[in-house]
Design a protein around this ligand. Sequence first.
Ligand code: DGT
Ligand code: CA
Ligand code: CA
Ligand code: ZN
Length: 577
Amino acid sequence: MENAQIADMFDQIADLLDLTGANAFRIRSYHNAARTVRGLSQRLEDLVAAGEDLTDLPGIGQSTAAKIREILDTGTCKRLEELRSQVPEGLPDLMRVPGLGPRKAMQLHDALGVATLDDLRTAAEEHRISTVEHFGARSEEKILEGIRTATSTAGRMLYHDAAGHVEALSRRLDGAGAVERWVVAGSFRRGMETVGDLDILVLARDRDAAIEQILAFDNIAAVDSRGREKATVRLEGGLQVDFRFFEEESFGAAMMYFTGSKAHNIALRRMAQQRGWKLNEYGLFDGRRMLAGRSEEALYGRLNLPWIPPEIREDRGEIDAAAAGRLPSLIELKDVRGDFQSHTTASDGTAGIEEMAQAAQARGHSYLAITDHSRRVTMAHGLDEDRCRRHADRIRRVNDTLEGLWLMAGIEVDILKDGSLDLDEGVLADLDWVVASAHYDRNLPEKAMTDRLVRAISSGVVHCLGHPLGRIIGRREPLAFDFDAVMEACRDHDVWLEVNGQPDRLDLPEAFCRRARDGGVQFTFGSDAHRPEDLSFIALAVNVARRGWLQKKDVINTLTAGQLRKRLNRSRIAGAP
Ligand code: DGT
Ligand code: CA
Ligand code: CA
Ligand code: ZN
C-alpha cells in the first residue's frame, strides 16, 4: 500500500463528509492528513512496521492514525465504506466540477437525478439546470466550463503525485538484480504539470528475468499486457506504466524517442530525413549503417545540435535556438538560494517559526520569507495589523539567533475586491517581504479584475504577486484578467511574479513564465510550504520555470542574501510610500 493511496482515501472521506454536511473542521482535518501522508518521504507501511508513533506526524491524530493502521491491514477502512454507502454513487465525481460544492451537487442530484458528469453535461446543454432553484443560465455556462476543467485533467495525475510513484518504483527497480539500467522518459521526464502515464525504459541482458522481477513488484495492481519488448501495468492507485526494453546501443535513441514530445520528435525526424537519414527509437541510420543511438548527446550531435534539455522539447522554437547556439541555460535547483513564501501556525501552517527556519537551514537556504495570511483569510486565522507587527517581531527575534539564514519577516497579504490591500500600508512597509495574493471575489469581470491586480501591484509596498493566475489544476479556473496589463504594471513598479510550487497550483504556469520573461518581468519562487517538509516544493517551481525557458538571471531567488538586501532597498526607495 503506497502513501498516495492512503492519502486518496483520506481525501475521499473528506469529500464524502462534506456531502453529508459534516462540520468544516472535521473535513479539513482529513484533507490535512491526506496532505501530510502525501508529502512523507518514508512509506507509512515502513513507519508502522518500525513501530513509530504516527501521531507524531503533523495533522495525524489518534483517529487518523488508527485509520492508517486499518487501511494497511485491510486495504480499506470502515468509515470510508460507511460514507460511500450513504451518498449516491457518482456524487463525488460531480463535486470535482469547480464551483459545484457538495450542497449544490446534492441539490442537482435530487432535483434532476444527475449522477455522472455526462448526465450533468446533458442537463446543462438542455437548459434543465436553470429550472432548479438558485441556478440560472449563468450557472449552466459555468458548469459546462467546469466540466471542461475537470475532464481536461481526468485520467491524468499531478506531477508531484506521479513523482511519489516514481520514487516507489525506483526503490524496486534498483533492487531488481536483472535490471541493469532504467530511466523514466515521457511527460514525466519533461517535467509536465500532469502526467498521463509513465514510460520507463529498461536495459537488461536477461530480459525474461527482468520482466519476472518487475511484474512481481507489490505495488502493481494489474498487468495489462506483456511481451519481449514491452509490458504495460497498472499501479495501485491507477497510474499506468509502460516498461520498454532496449539494448545498450539503442538506449539513447529510445530515451530521445520516448521522452518526446511527439512534436519535438517529428521535427527531429524531419531534420534527419533532409540529410537522407532515418531516425527512430533504435537509432539514427544512413541506410543500414547506424550513425548514433547509444546516447542522446551523440544523436543530437549527429544532427549538428547541442543536447536539448527535456523540459523544453516541445517544438516551441528549441530546435532553431539549439541550431543557432542560442539555447537558454535553464535555471537549476542548485541555483536557488532561498524561498519567498511559507506559512506557520500563526495562520494555517502546521509548524512554528523556529521549526520552519531549521528546515530551511537543513535545505541549505540563505533566506526564507515567513508569509502568513492576512485577516481576510478568516478560515486560516489571518493576521490583523496588531498580530502582524507582533509576528514580525517574533520572526526577527528568531532571525537574530540564526547563522547563515535570513529569516524574512513577511506576509501574504490579501488583495481585496477593489485592489486595496488587506492591511495598513504603514505596517506592510515595515516588513522585509510582502506577497500580495487574490483569494476571494474570483468572479469579477475581466476589466475589474485587471484593475484590481494593477492597483495592488502599484501600491508601492508589494514585492511580488502570489500565485498570479489563482488556478488550481483540475479544480479551479484561472482568474480572468488582462495578463499583458498586469505584466506591464509589474515591470513599471519593479514587482515580481511568483512561481508557486504547490503541487496543484504550479502558478505562474510555464507558458505565462515565458511570455512574462519576454516582456521583461522577473520572478520569485515560493514553495508556499505549510509544513517544514513542503519546502521541497521549491523544486516543482524550478520545473515549471525550466519549461518556461527561465534562466538564472530571471529569478530573484538566485541572488545571495547580500545581493537580495541591496535589491530590496533599491526597489523600496523607488516605491516608498
Ligand atoms: P502523457 O503520457 O500523455 O503525459 O504524455 P507523453 O509525452 O509521455 O506521451 P506518451 O506516453 O503517449 O508517449 C511517450 C512518448 O513517446 C511521447 O512523448 C513521444 C513518443 N511518441 C508516442 N507516440 C508517438 C508517435 O506517434 N510519433 C512519435 N514521433 N513519437 C511518439
Ligand atoms: Ca507518458
Ligand atoms: Ca505511454
Ligand atoms: Zn495564497
